[in-house]
Each structure stands twice: as structure tokens, then as C-alpha cells.
Ligand binder design. Structure first.
Ligand code: PGA
Length: 258
């Protein structure tokens, strides 16, 4: 069985390297007795080269984004090969904030996904619907109401060969749950996971869909992490806000992966 995957997405925080290194060292110390999880820390790009030196095997560096070309005249961008070179292992692609603020479409995410795979990095591919309307009045997930997750997956995975699908971690991140303090319920997550597996199964066959890791992100903290993981049968978590509080993040890791 795969170890649980816990990904910390610091987003555009903290604002000084000093704070970043303090937080990093606190988390690194706190996770020394954690055996049952692989922890990925995704700091802002500028801190990555400094922090990447300090990572260990079970604790590794990830990026929050990248460009879809490996090099060239693309002012302000960072390529997957550059990330690979400094020791990154994972890259988050298609986060909803990239869609919202930087107008990333599923077609752009598809190009990024290909570039990340080409550089032999592991993509954490985000999918999620915008509103909770895709759950019916009884709180059940209704695929027909919001075909967005399927549409995103089909477009983002376009042209990705079956042999590479096992490299991808899917992060189910309903936009309505991100940063709202209202996480999806275990039921929501489990139905979404089954739905995602069905889409993958239709595209690549059942075997592939069953081995693919599906993690959850959206308002997780130390109080709900265990329930989310257990009831939602998530293979891990993508943590935003709570990962900026060292004590809280260590508590989260301990309650799900000791
Ligand atoms: P949140 O963010 O944990 O603050 O809701 C999750 C994410 O955006 O990945």
C-alpha cells in the first residue's frame, strides 16, 4: 500500500526567507517520528533552492506551479527542468487559484502536465467544481449537475499515455471548500473519488484507475483531517492555510500518519 501523501501548499507565504526557514525547520523536526506518510512541502519559488538542500527522503520539495516549456524566452517563468535540477520531486498543476487569477485553462494545464512528466517530476493535478450545487438536496454528489470535473480531467489528460498515468496524483479540490473553513464531508470526498476513478477508468481502464492516488484539499485542519482521510478514503491531503502554522500542521500529520 502506498504511504499517505501530505502536501503543504504555502501559496504566496511567508513574506521573508527567515520565516520560511523557521517554519520549515519546525515541520521537519515535528515529522521525524512520522513513518506512514510522504510529506511534500511547496514553498514559493524564491525559497525553493535554499530549502531544497534541507529536505530528506521522506520529506521532499514540491513547486506550486511551472511553465510548459523547458527553457527559452518566457520572461518571468520557471521550467520543470529547472525545478528538477534543484531537487524538486513534485509540482502542483492546475490549482484553482491559477485558473482564477492567471486565467489558466484546462488546455494550458494539459501542456504543463506534459512538461512536468517529460522532466520526470510527479504532477499533483488539481480538479474541482466551483459550487457545491453539484450535490443534490440530500447532499449526494450528482455528476450530471456539474460535468466540470469530468470535463477538466478529459481536457487536462488529453494525450497523456497510459504508461505515465501512474505518475500523476489527483488532488480533488472543490473550489467552494478552499480557504472557506467549510471542508467537503467524508461522503462528498468518497463520491468524488469514485467519480474521478470512473472517469480515469473510462479513459485508461479500471486497473489504472484503482492504483491512482486521489488526495483531498480544501479547509483541512487537525480537527477534520482524520475524518476526511478515513471517511473520504483519501490517499492524502493538500493543505493550504493550516500548513502555515507549524504546530497545527505537525498535529495534522500526527493524527493521520503516526
Ligand atoms: P486551504 O487550501 O487548505 O487553505 O483550504 C487548500 C488549497 O488551496 O490547496
Amino acid at each position: 500500500m502506498n504511504k499517505k501523501l501530505i502536501v503543504a501548499n504555502w501559496k504566496m507565504n511567508p513574506v521573508t526567507y527567515k520565516e520560511a526557514e523557521e517554519l520549515f525547520r519546525f515541520v521537519e523536526k515535528g515529522m521525524r517520528d512520522i513513518k506512514n506518510a510522504e510529506v511534500v512541502l511547496c514553498p514559493p519559488f524564491v525559497y525553493l533552492p535554499m530549502l531544497a538542500r534541507l529536505f530528506s527522503k521522506q520529506f521532499c520539495a514540491g513547486a506550486q506551479n511551472c511553465f510548459y516549456e523547458q527553457g527559452g524566452a518566457y520572461t518571468g517563468e520557471v521550467s520543470p527542468l529547472m525545478l528538477k535540477d534543484i531537487g524538486c520531486k513534485y509540482v502542483i498543476v492546475g490549482h484553482s487559484e491559477r485558473r482564477q487569477y492567471f486565467f489558466e485553462t484546462s488546455e494550458i494545464v494539459n501542456k504543463k502536465l506534459k512538461a512536468v512528466i517529460e522532466a520526470e517530476l510527479k504532477p499533483i493535478l488539481c480538479v474541482g467544481e466551483d459550487t457545491r450545487d453539484s450535490f443534490d438536496s440530500k447532499g449526494h454528489w450528482t455528476h450530471e449537475l456539474d460535468p466540470k470535473v469530468k470535463e477538466q480531467l478529459v481536457l487536462m489528460l488529453n494525450g497523456i499515455p497510459k504508461s505515465k498515468i501512474g505518475e500523476i496524483v489527483i488532488a480533488y479540490e472543490p473550489v467552494w471548500a478552499i480557504g472557506t473553513g467549510k471542508p467537503a464531508t467524508g461522503d462528498d470526498i468518497l463520491s468524488a473519488k469514485i467519480f474521478i476513478q470512473k472517469v480515469i477508468s473510462d479513459l485508461y481502464g479500471r486497473k489504472v484507475s484503482q492504483t491512482m492516488r486521489v488526495i483531498y484539499g480544501g479547509s483541512t485542519d487537525s480537527k477534520n483531517a482524520a475524518v476526511v482521510m478515513k471517511e473520504g478514503q483519501a490517499d492524502g491531503l493538500l493543505v493550504g492555510g493550516a500548513s502555515l502554522d507549524g504546530e497545527e500542521f505537525v498535529r495534522m500529520m500526527k493524527c493521520i500518519a503516526l
